[in-house]
Design a protein around this ligand. Structure first.
Ligand SMILES: Nc1ncnc2c1ncn2[C@@H]1O[C@H](COP(=O)(O)OP(=O)(O)OP(=O)(O)O)[C@@H](O)[C@H]1O
Length: 320
């Protein structure tokens, strides 16, 4: 389990992570979702002891990462811009890492097989595609057979096959009871990959919970109803906590009642229904609603000028 309590990171006057608290549980894939600059990488770097919190604290299985005696065996991480010696082969890169904690050559071969790198294991890492590099990063994270995995943007830049591979891999790892925490700004990807979400914007947690409940909390579910006697039905359905709107004659959008309840009320009064469709907002819609105030630049706001883009690029470099 990963537990953050009032975790805060300031860079000068910039508050990158602002008193963030969350728990990431084993056996689940938890997505850390937020727009660019929201504070995901900074939070992950603090979990891994690579950045010192300005305030609060974060533990992995109850301990500070820096106090772990054999960290590779407890936490595996794929962080952005991970340093790899490009002249080495994949196998030798993994061997060098394994040697720091007395991990066997047999395990190196196992993670190479597990990540589908066998045919390129003895090739120079410098020639690897982005996808192969991500596989190698995940192989490195898996070396110590850790119970906790932290993956920063693991699908970034991958082709559809690579994305599917990561999705299958994280599901497999969580099903083995591991804690899997992965960041993404791709909400559509998280909808099919994660069980739980922690949504962050401008350094603050916006919401957290199971994927569907995050969506429901934002959008609420509604039911589209079509009836030739829509007005009569609306009068019957009206009540406290129930909202009914109509965008066209004969059609109602009802919130606060389940489809079955609406169907029963209509049937009891002998009103014909031509359509009764529960409607759920997609994660994409929910995410846009959640983070609308929290993106650093929106299309409605003044576009960032060249200097703004250069600043953003520069701060990414510091973070790397
Ligand atoms: N070393 C640093 N010095 C100054 N500011 C930084 C540093 N690292 C990050 N920041 C700033 O902190 C904020 C959070 O950055 P972070 O990289 O954690 O966000 P992110 O959610 O991972 O974004 P992205 O999806 O773009 O990687 C950003 O505004 C960023 O510019």
């Amino acid at each position: 389990m990963i537990e953050a309590t009032n975790l805060t990171k300031r860079y000068g006057t910039k508050v990158a992570v602002d008193s963030v608290s969350f728990q990431i549980h084993p056996g689940r894939v938890t997505g850390f979702l937020g727009p660019n600059g929201a504070g995901k990488s900074t939070t992950m770097r603090m979990i891994m002891g690579l950045d010192r919190p300005t305030g609060g604290h974060v533990t992995v299985n109850g301990r500070d990462y820096t106090s772990l005696r054999a960290p590779l065996r407890e936490v595996g991480a794929l962080l952005e811009a991970k340093a790899v010696h490009t002249g080495r082969s994949a196998r030798n890169h993994l061997r060098a890492l394994a040697a720091t904690e007395g991990i066997s050559d047999k395990r190196v071969t196992e993670v190479i097989e597990m990540t589908g790198l066998t045919s390129v294991a003895d090739k120079r890492v410098g020639g690897f595609s982005l996808g192969m590099g991500q596989r190698l990063g995940i192989a490195a994270a898996m070396l110590g057979d850790p119970k906790t995995l932290i993956l920063d943007e693991p699908v970034n830049g991958l082709d559809p096959e690579g994305v599917k591979w990561v999705r299958t891999m994280v599901r497999y790892l969580a099903d083995q009871g591991r804690t899997v925490f992965l960041s993404s700004h791709l909400m559509s990807e998280m909808a099919v990959t994660a069980d739980e979400l922690v949504v962050i914007g401008r350094g603050r947690i916006i919401t957290a919970g199971p994927v569907q409940s995050v969506i429901d909390a934002v959008s609420g579910t509604s039911v589209l109803v079509r009836s030739p006697r829509a007005a009569d039905l609306a009068a019957l359905l009206a009540g406290p906590g129930i909202s009914i709107t109509s965008s066209e004659p004969g059609s109602l959008q009802v919130r606060g009642l389940e489809a079955a309840q609406i169907g029963d009320i209509a049937a009891d009064s002998g009103l014909a229904l031509h359509e009764l469709t529960p409607q759920r907002a997609s994660l994409e819609d929910a995410y846009m609603t959640l983070t609308a105030q929290d993106v650093e630049y929106t299309s409605g706001a003044a576009a960032p000028d060249a200097a703004g883009i250069a600043d953003a690029a520069a701060s990414k470099e510091y973070a790397a």
